[in-house]
Structure formats: structure tokens, C-alpha cells
Design a protein around this ligand. Structure first.
Ligand code: SF4
Length: 173
């Protein structure tokens, strides 16, 4: 419906079996409670950029400000594949009229804060953002973004909901 709020969401949080292990990360609050009031635009960056399900697990490596996305066992650098797709996808999302986005926490593609980035010695620091999440937030700096973990906190949840309603109102003035 045209007048409902539209949110982008990591597809695995809606129960889609798109994770590297073929599983999902269904969040019932997001799908069932929030889903009564908003429409979702589900996105799985890893699948949409051409990776299979199941697939090898990946991690972020090197500089936390511009990390590489690397498969853990076979050591393939997937950064270009992800970043090329991401550049086109964020432009495509402009036409969706999104009022916000809910990302999957801790993911090397979708995490919005504290994602592990491994240095040359293999030591992780929790200072990264997922490659898609970083590009999305840079492209849409005014859109509210949260992850499913933080939304378990009632105050964060309330702020997020107020913010997405404010964006909806602003877009229709
Ligand atoms: S966290 Fe993101 S990339 Fe990973 S399965 Fe979920 S939607 Fe796909």
C-alpha cells in the first residue's frame, strides 16, 4: 500500500534461508509485530551479488575503515564482487522510498557496528561495518538504521520507530 512505511531489511531476519549455512535468523518482532505496520524490502547482499546458498563463511580483514571480504577457508577475496553489486543496488533502492533499514548484526556484509575485522595476525577487532551496510549508510546518511539486536532494547526500538515515522511524514509534506 502506497501510504505504508517501507523499510529495507536483511532478508535472513524475515526467515529467508539465505545464510551461508542455508539457515535463517528469523526475528519474530520484526516480521510479525513490526510487519503489521510496515512493508519490507528484503535484501541479502551475499545472495544478490551472486553467491550460492550454502556458501563458504567469510570474514572482514585488514583495515577496519576499508576492509576486505575474504572466504575463511579458501582465502578468496570477494570484496570486488560485493562492492560492484553494492554500488548499483544502493542506487536502485533510491526508488523504493525507504524510511529506514534493519540490518543483521555482526555480519561482514550487513553489520552496522562492531563487526569483527581480522588483522594480518588473525586477531579480530570489533571495529568494522559490513560492506553493504557501510555503503548503504553512506548513500542514505539521513535514513534511520538499526540492527535486530539493538532493537531488543525498548528505548532503541522506540527511537527507531519515531524516526521512521518522522521520515515518512517528511517525505509527504
Ligand atoms: S546477514 Fe545479510 S548477507 Fe548474511 S544472510 Fe543475512 S541478509 Fe544475507
Amino acid at each position: 500500500m502506497e501510504n505504508r512505511i517501507k523499510l529495507g531489511v536483511s532478508a535472513c531476519l524475515l526467515g529467508e534461508n539465505v545464510r551461508y549455512d542455508g539457515d535463517h535468523k528469523l526475528d519474530c518482532f520484526i516480521r510479525d509485530t513490526l510487519g503489521e505496520y510496515v512493508d519490507f524490502v528484503p535484501v541479502c547482499p551475499e545472495v544478490e551479488c551472486g553467491m550460492p546458498v550454502p556458501r563458504e563463511a567469510m570474514q572482514l580483514e585488514s583495515n577496519p575503515e576499508s576492509p576486505r571480504l575474504v572466504t575463511i577457508r579458501s582465502r578468496k577475496d570477494m570484496s570486488k564482487q560485493m562492492l560492484d553489486w553494492t554500488a548499483a543496488r544502493v542506487r536502485e533502492l533510491e526508488s523504493e522510498g525507504l524510511c529506514g533499514y534493519i540490518f543483521k548484526s555482526s555480519s561482514p556484509s550487513c553489520g552496522i557496528k562492531g563487526v569483527k575485522v581480522h588483522n594480518e595476525k588473525g586477531m579480530p577487532v570489533k571495529k568494522g561495518l559490513g560492506l553493504f551496510a557501510r555503503a548503504f549508510m553512506k548513500h542514505f546518511p539521513l535514513l534511520p538504521t538499526e540492527d535486530e539486536n539493538r532493537l531488543h532494547d525498548p528505548r532503541v526500538r522506540e527511537n527507531f520507530i519515531e524516526s521512521i515515522f518522522a521520515i515518512k511524514l517528511r517525505n509527504h509534506v
